[in-house]
Design a binder for this molecule. Structure first.
Ligand SMILES: C[S@@+](CC[C@H](N)C(=O)[O-])C[C@H]1O[C@@H](n2cnc3c(N)ncnc32)[C@H](O)[C@@H]1O
Length: 256
């Protein structure tokens, strides 16, 4: 999935929603920042986490936001414009133009899911971290990213089409092993799962529905089926039998 155009805008709305806020709170807790820290955000998107970290590490600290999407970086630069301790790298995560052992912490939210060779990225993360500093990652168990309430066959069709949107459906289940292979220890995981049964303005379920609908159309699912799925979800919601579940997982590892 490319985070350009409409997909980038929807991703930014998702980041601003309660789903984005709760992930950032969990990441900030796990980073355990000190003033003066140098922190990298891999796949910074529109810069919501960069802003939080930059404020926490103060003007003697610094934050680097890395993302290969110029559209996402335009939004991130705009968000962080008032801050003087944020830099940007337009780059992929497997070859990062920063010196060895230059980071006091590295964070990444819902980005490794979209990177085919996770091992190469973790090797790069290991190279950049100072000893005893942490990598904090949030990735999603996509098999549990599910709408409930529409006709089962139609619902399965839309979810099946969505599987192609990223490389890794269940990355959090493999990440601990991959981190140990790259020399990380003290690895722990934490569930950030949530359920939504009623939508409201700025609801992650509303944005997720649009993401799935647009993606299914792009995968060749007929428009009448996609629209029927959306109206069945709306109907289910009005009858009090709608649900949207998502299961992000926080993983933390320390560079030994
Ligand atoms: C779902 S968005 C998450 C953005 C941000 N972390 C957030 O939580 O709002 C995924 C981000 O990963 C970026 N991305 C995709 N492939 C990447 C790669 N190979 N290396 C680094 N970032 C990548 C995308 O451009 C996009 O901004």
């Amino acid at each position: 999935m490319k985070f350009e155009g409409n997909a980038s805008l929807l991703q930014q709305k998702m980041a601003a929603s309660s789903a984005g806020v709760s992930r950032r709170l969990a990441v900030m807790r796990a980073l355990n920042l000190n003033v003066d820290d140098a922190i990298l955000d891999v796949g910074c998107g529109a810069g919501h986490l960069l802003e939080d970290i930059a404020l926490a590490v103060g003007t003697n600290g610094n934050v680097v936001g890395l993302d290969p999407s110029e559209t996402q970086l335009v939004a991130a630069r705009q968000r962080c414009e008032p801050l003087n301790n944020v830099q940007f790298l337009c780059s992929m995560a497997d070859k990062i133009n920063l010196p060895d052992a230059s980071c006091d912490g590295i964070a990444s939210i819902q980005t490794l899911d979209y990177i085919e060779d996770v091992g190469a990225t973790l090797a790069e993360v290991g190279r950049l971290l100072k000893p005893r500093s942490s990598f904090v990652n949030v990735s999603v168990l996509w098999d549990h990213f599910k709408f409930h309430g529409a006709d089962e066959a139609l619902n399965n069709l839309i979810h099946e089409a969505f599987k192609a949107h990223c490389y890794h459906q269940m990355l959090p289940l493999e990440l601990s092993g991959q981190l140990s292979k790259q020399g990380f220890g003290n690895i722990r995981t934490e569930s950030l799962a949530f359920v939504i049964t009623q939508r409201h303005e700025n609801s992650p379920a509303a944005y997720a529905e649009l993401v799935l609908a647009n993606f299914a159309l792009g995968q060749g699912v007929e428009e009448d089926k996609v629209r029927a799925w959306q109206s069945q979800l709306a109907q289910a919601e009005s009858e009090g039998r709608f649900g949207f579940t998502s299961f992000p997982v926080l993983t933390v590892g320390t560079k030994l």
